[in-house]
Design a protein around this ligand. Structure first.
Ligand code: SAT
Ligand code: MN
Length: 589
């Protein structure tokens, strides 16, 4: 394999600091992957599953205090504090390097350091970037093989360029009090220590492809977003691509690979990506998307043949399961799957005996599977298209049990940016901390934006000015509940009904009514045939409750206030216009 002089120099420097016993450069070959799996088993980090029922698959149990991203330990280390903004933790870069250098000093003694070059984006695309992660975790190395285009392909893309994203990771002691995930955007560098879990440790994902990439995108004129990318092919063969941002563990993956049924069984879904989209303005003035990743790191609980049959097919082999339950026949289980009749000998995610009466979850709520995108039945070779796919609609979705209607279309790009910027969602188990707490999560990027979010909003507006044919922007909410706490909307496969309305709006063939918050489906323009909705059904799902929206607007004003004068005037104007429209409506009624 060709080595790159800058990468080699940096690997040597890092090895002098961390003192690994061995350095292993990964090439991405199948034989190497087998060796890594064997090493994972030898180190008791992987438990082989039944080779007939789960071919090529393994269970990993993480440390019980290391089960999700830890936002409180995640820092953006820019020379000027204001550049990180009020929504990020900030540390002075010199202080952070100094603090972490001490923690990294000699930390890999007795361990192997894996050098993991990977390509973020399709090979041959001028938009793709090269990252290199150095890690002492074989679990990370294995997951990176699944999650990225790894090894030779990346070094070939890099050639002799000096510009690559540098990631240094060590599990260290896993001490949560000494856990740091520090980003140095100006150096294209991430240092992460004392966690081995998901987004804290697989640096290609949230650290590179979102935090560092969002910062790079601002310099270079593109967007790195927390979005799935999916093509919907109608029965005539026309494919419409949509991208959608949802906070972690809010059904983004299920939506990205939804299986149309019933009246929609003539439609086909093509999943280009389930988590991250890099968006650029094409020469034709449309917005194009590529997926920097090569695998899915999905939430296991709730994934089932009913909710996501395509994902169940994808994870049938060559999959790493993390923190799910283990049956004595070496199969895995999680909440949401049918419980086998005989559950004798079940072990929970920590390896403790488990039964449904034990009052505990068998699988951790943030337990995950890692599986190659190519195994998905809805895989499309467009995933590797260097220019990406043209996006017709952008969705902003959040988990809101009240207020936010099922679907709402923005009046235009600027209003759409406002809808994204004012998104708030109830927290989930994907991040450590309380769940179900409402928080502002603009564009589902709150934990992932590598710079000041006011500047980020401004950047979205700037991109819009370059688009000759901008995608339409929609807000969706599958999570409305009735007075008894039951979901008002069935979700999953039935979300296709909403997607159909969205696509028809893109082609100008569906009706809508103008409301103060945006365009909502007009009566009968959204297909509800055969649905058995609870409560007032559609009426409730599409209601615009003025008083509550005034309250919501006040919360948004408070949030925007955090950014002071850095806040783009256009969004403050949108805010004022919403209040004005609500007031006019109030006078009319
Ligand atoms: O742990 S990850 O950040 O990779 C997954 C998620 O929270 O979306
Ligand atoms: Mn995510």
């Amino acid at each position: 394999m060709n080595k790159n002089a800058s990468v080699e120099k940096w690997v040597e420097e890092t090895a002098r600091l961390t003192r690994p016993d061995r350095i292993v450069w990964l090439t991405g070959s199948d034989a190497e992957y087998e060796q890594l799996l064997a090493e994972g088993v030898r180190l008791n980090q992987l438990i082989p599953l039944d080779s007939a029922k789960h071919p090529g698959s393994y269970l990993h149990r993480s440390h019980p205090e290391d089960v999700a991203r830890t936002e409180q330990n995640t820092y953006i280390c820019t020379p000027v504090r204001g550049d990180a903004g009020p929504t990020n933790n900030w540390m002075d870069p010199a202080e952070a390097y100094d603090k972490l250098r001490r923690l990294f000093s000699g930390v890999m003694k007795g361990r192997t350091m894996y050098v993991i070059p990977h390509l973020l984006g399709p090979p041959g695309s001028p938009f793709s970037k090269v990252g290199v992660e150095l890690t002492d975790s074989v679990y990370v190395a294995i997951n990176m093989q699944i999650m990225t285009r790894l090894g030779t392909v990346a070094l070939e893309h890099l050639g002799d360029s000096h510009s690559f994203l540098k990631g240094l990771h060590s599990c260290g002691t896993l001490d949560p009090r000494q856990r740091y995930i520090c980003h140095f955007p100006q150096d294209l560098t991430v240092w992460s220590i004392n966690s081995g879990y998901g987004g804290n440790a697989l640096l290609s994902k949230k650290c590179f492809a979102l935090r560092i990439a969002s910062w790079l995108g601002r310099q270079e004129g593109w967007l790195a977003e927390h979005m799935f990318i999916t093509g919907i092919e109608d029965p005539k063969g026309q494919v419409t691509y949509i991208a959608g941002a949802f906070p972690s563990a809010c059904g983004k993956t299920n939506l990205a690979m939804l299986r149309p049924t019933g009246a929609y069984s003539g439609y086909k879904i093509w999943c280009v990506g389930d988590d991250i989209a890099w968006l650029r303005v094409g020469i034709d003035g449309r917005l194009y998307a590529t997926n920097p990743e090569a695998g899915f790191f999905g939430v296991a609980p709730g994934t089932s043949p009913q909710t996501n049959p395509n994902m169940m097919a994808a994870i049938a082999k060559n999959t790493i399961f993390t923190n799910v339950a283990l049956a004595p026949d070496r199969t895995v289980w999680w909440e949401g799957l049918d419980l086998p009749a005989d559950i004798k000998g079940f072990l929970d995610w920590q390896g403790r005996p488990w039964s449904p009466n034990s009052g505990q979850k068998a699988a951790h709520p943030n337990s995950r599977f890692t599986t190659p995108i190519k195994q998905s039945p809805v895989f499309t070779p467009k995933w590797n298209s260097p220019e990406g796919v043209p996006i017709s609609a952008i969705l902003f979705g959040a988990r809101r049990s009240t207020l936010v209607p099922l679907v709402c279309e923005a009046f235009n790009w600027q209003h759409g940016v406002y809808l994204g910027a004012t998104m708030s969602s109830e927290t989930t188990s994907a991040a450590a901390g309380a769940t179900g707490v409402l928080r502002q999560d603009p564009m589902a990027m709150l934990p992932f934006c590598g710079y000041n979010m006011a500047d980020y909003f401004g950047h979205w507006l700037k991109i819009g000015r370059r688009l000759k044919a901008p995608p339409k922007i929609f807000r969706v909410n599958w999570f409305r509940r009735d007075a008894h706490g039951r979901f008002l909307w069935p979700g999953f496969g039935d979300n296709m009904r909403v997607l159909k309305w969205i696509i028809d709006r893109c082609y100008g063939t569906a009706g809508a009514q103008e409301t103060p918050i945006g365009y909502l489906p007009s009566i009968n323009s959204l297909d509800t045939d055969g649905l058995n909705l609870s409560g007032q059904g559609m009426e409730e799902l599409l209601a615009v409750d003025r008083e509550s929206w005034f309250k919501e607007a006040r919360r948004q004003t408070e949030f925007f206030g955090k950014f002071g004068t850095r806040m783009p005037a256009e969004l403050l104007l949108e805010q004022q216009m919403l209040i004005d429209r609500l007031s006019v409506q109030a006078q009319r009624t």
